[in-house]
Design a protein. Structure first.
Length: 153
């Protein structure tokens, strides 16, 4: 009986600690423009900073467009399937997300409650590459299907 209780406790500790492990996307990522594919004009640069906190994950993105104009975006979200506000994104005002596994997440972008896009985000097994597939419709009605590749900094 003691053996069963010990195994159960060790199993709980093992699975409990992995459940609280840091998200694979946590950290700073720089856009690799050469490896990325854009349906429109490619930006000059972009940096994403993901930070995990008690209230979920935050994403702060700085982007420099082809025209040199800088844009910033911020979102705080939990992988709970509920809508969370986005600031600085002209194409969406909220996002909901769910974790598929430790390295993969899917998101739904909305504007005024209407679905306008989707995001599939995956971190490579070695943790050095982040690939973000964005599909949807811009606020001006043009569609996009972009694959952004980021390198861990």
């Amino acid at each position: 009986m003691l053996r069963i209780v010990t195994i159960a406790l060790l199993g709980t500790l093992f699975f409990g600690t992995t459940a609280f492990a840091a998200d694979a996307v946590d950290g700073t990522w720089k856009l690799n423009v050469a490896k990325s594919k854009f349906s429109g004009t490619a930006p000059k640069s972009a940096t994403r900073v993901y930070a995990e906190g008690a209230d979920g994950m935050t994403l702060d993105q700085k982007l420099v467009g082809a025209d040199g104009k800088e844009m910033s975006m911020h979102v705080s979200l939990k992988y709970d399937g509920k809508d969370h506000p986005i600031t600085g994104n002209p194409d969406a005002d909220s996002v909901s997300g769910k974790a598929i596994d430790a390295h993969t997440s899917d998101f739904t972008l909305k504007m005024g409650g209407k679905v306008v896009g989707s995001v599939h985000r995956a971190v490579s097994a070695d943790g050095k590459t982040l690939t973000v597939n964005n599909k949807g419709t811009h606020a001006d009605g043009k569609t996009y299907d972009d694959t952004l590749v980021f390198d861990k900094q």
